[in-house]
Write a protein that binds this ligand. Structure first.
Ligand SMILES: Cc1cc2nc3c(=O)[nH]c(=O)nc-3n(C[C@H](O)[C@H](O)[C@H](O)COP(=O)(O)O)c2cc1C
Ligand SMILES: [Fe+2]
Ligand SMILES: [Fe+2]
Length: 399
C-alpha cells in the first residue's frame, strides 16, 4: 500500500502481513493477517513512529521515500521494543546513519541487548517533548502495554495518539486504513477483541492506567501499530479496550462459554443435552470443540463471558488433554472472575473432576457443580444433563 495521509504532515505507512502464519510464533493469523503500522511525522524535521517486522522493511523504505524524498529521517520513535515493531532497525540505520532513536530508559537497555545499538539513542521521560518544527512529539510512559519499556507518543497540533499495541487488532488492512471507510466493522471488531484476549489480558491493569492517562489529553485520532486507524470514532476502540481490561477485576458479560472434547462421542452426546438446557434460558452460549479449535479463538469468549461450562471425559485419570490445555492458557492469561461447571464421561475410576477442581482453585474461579456419568449416557443421564445445564445458566443469570 502507498503512504496515506492521516492528518496534514502525518502519514500512515505500514506493512500488511499476509504470509506470517503465527503471530508471536503462537497465535494463528493465516486467514486474517496482521498489519504493522508506522507513522511518519513531517515538520521541519522528520520522525518515524514505530517500525515493522524483519523481512518486511523493503516496503517501508519505499513509503518513507515517497513522502520525504531525499530528505533525511531525523528520528525513529520506539514506542515498543517487540520485534514486530523494531525488526527494521538495522536497515534504517544503514540508510539513515545519523537517525536518532527515541525511547524510554528501558528502551535504551533493550536496544543494546536486542540490536547492539548504543549510539544515537535519546532517552525521554514522562511529558518530555521533541519539537520537529511545526509538529511536536510528546511522550507518555505506558509501562507494560505490553512490555516494561512501552510508551505512547502524542502529537498535540493534530491531536494524534500513536499507541502501538494498545487499541490494536489482528487482521490485515483490507484496502483502507480508517474506521469510517469500512461498511462492515465486524471483522475488525472481532479481530481487535481476539488480539486483546490473546496478547494483553495479563496487562489489563497497565492498559487501564494508559487509558486514564489518555483521558487527560485531547485525542482526535487513535493510531495504533496494528489494525485500523480510528479517526471517526476513536472513543469506540478506547471504550472497548476499557471494558475488556475491566474484566480482569470484575465479572464479564452474561454468557456461557462451553469448552468440550470427546474421544468416542459419549461426552459429546451429553454436550448437546447440556447445551439444550442452557439455551432454554436464553443466555448467550458459545461452544468450542477444544481439540479442533485453537485456543486463540476460545480466549476472547472465555475472557468476555462470565460462565464456563467444561465438558471433559477422563483420560488417564485426568481431564481430556485438549480441554486441560485451554485451562492452562486461561491461567497463563489470568482469566479471572468466572463461575464454572463440568460434565463428562468416565470408564472406571474417573479422575477428570478431581483434577479440574484443583485447576479451578488455582484459577480462583467459583466452582458450581459437576455432572459425571459412567460410559455411554442413558436417557436418564441426558435428561439430568439438560437440567444441569439449565441450573447452571440460571445461576449465571442470577449472579
Ligand atoms: C486413552 C484413554 C484413556 C482413558 N483413561 C481413563 C482413566 O484413567 N480413568 C477412567 O475412569 N476412564 C478412562 N478412560 C475411559 C473414558 O473416560 C471413557 O471411555 C469415556 O466414556 C470417554 O468419553 P468420550 O466418549 O466422550 O471420549 C480412558 C479412555 C481412553 C480412550
Ligand atoms: Fe507487543
Ligand atoms: Fe505489536
Amino acid at each position: 500500500m502507498p503512504a496515506i495521509q492521516v492528518r496534514p504532515g502525518i502519514h500512515w505507512i505500514g506493512v500488511n502481513d499476509r504470509t506470517t502464519d503465527l503471530f508471536e510464533g503462537l497465535w494463528p493469523i493465516t486467514q486474517e493477517g496482521v498489519s504493522y503500522n508506522s507513522y511518519l511525522v513531517v515538520g521541519d524535521k522528520t520522525a518515524l513512529v514505530d517500525l515493522t517486522k524483519i523481512g518486511k522493511e523493503g516496503a517501508l523504505l519505499e513509503q518513507i521515500q515517497d513522502v520525504i524524498g531525499d530528505r533525511p529521517l531525523d528520528y525513529v520513535v520506539v514506542n515498543h521494543m517487540e520485534p514486530d515493531h523494531t525488526g527494521a532497525i538495522a536497515l534504517l540505520r544503514r540508510v539513515f546513519p545519523d537517525v536518532v532513536f527515541v525511547g524510554s530508559a528501558k528502551t535504551r537497555t533493550l536496544l543494546e541487548s536486542f540490536y547492539a545499538l548504543t549510539e544515537n539513542v535519546q532517552v525521554v521521560g514522562e511529558g518530555d517533548e521533541i519539537a520537529l518544527g511545526g509538529k511536536t512529539l510528546r511522550f507518555l510512559m505506558a509501562p507494560f502495554v505490553h512490555w516494561p519499556e512501552t510508551m505512547v507518543t502524542y502529537e498535540p497540533t493534530e491531536k494524534v495518539a500513536f499507541t502501538c499495541d494498545a487499541f490494536g487488532g489482528f487482521g490485515a488492512l483490507r484496502g483502507a486504513i480508517f474506521d469510517d471507510e469500512y461498511a462492515d466493522m465486524g471483522f475488525y471488531l472481532r479481530e481487535a477483541q481476539r488480539y486483546f484476549a490473546n496478547i494483553l489480558p495479563s496487562f489489563s491493569g497497565p492498559v487501564l492506567r494508559a487509558i486514564n492517562k489518555l483521558d487527560e489529553v485531547d485525542v482526535s485520532v487513535i493510531a495504533p501499530s496494528h489494525g485500523l486507524v480510528w479517526r471517526h470514532d476513536p472513543s469506540r476502540i478506547v471504550n472497548l479496550y476499557r471494558t475488556w481490561s475491566e474484566y480482569a477485576t470484575r465479572p464479564a458479560e452474561y454468557g456461557i462459554t462451553m469448552v468440550w472434547g470427546s474421544m468416542y462421542g459419549n461426552t459429546e452426546a451429553m454436550m448437546n443435552a447440556v447445551a439444550e438446557g442452557i439455551s432454554r434460558t436464553g443466555i448467550p452460549l458459545t461452544i468450542f470443540d477444544a481439540a479442533r479449535t485453537h485456543v486463540s479463538y476460545i480466549l476472547p469468549s472465555l475472557w468476555s463471558q462470565r460462565g464456563v461450562m467444561i465438558g471433559a471425559p477422563t483420560y488417564e485419570a485426568s481431564p481430556f488433554p485438549p480441554v486441560a490445555t485451554v485451562l492452562e492458557m486461561a491461567e497463563h492469561k489470568r482469566v479471572r472472575n468466572k463461575q464454572v461447571a463440568m460434565f463428562g464421561s468416565y470408564g472406571w475410576s474417573g479422575g477428570a473432576r478431581r483434577s479440574l477442581e484443583q485447576k479451578v482453585e488455582q484459577l480462583k474461579w467459583q466452582w458450581f457443580d459437576a455432572f459425571e456419568f459412567n460410559g455411554g449416557p442413558s436417557h436418564e443421564d441426558l435428561r439430568q444433563g439438560e437440567a444441569f445445564g439449565e441450573r447452571f445458566a440460571r445461576a449465571i443469570l442470577d449472579s
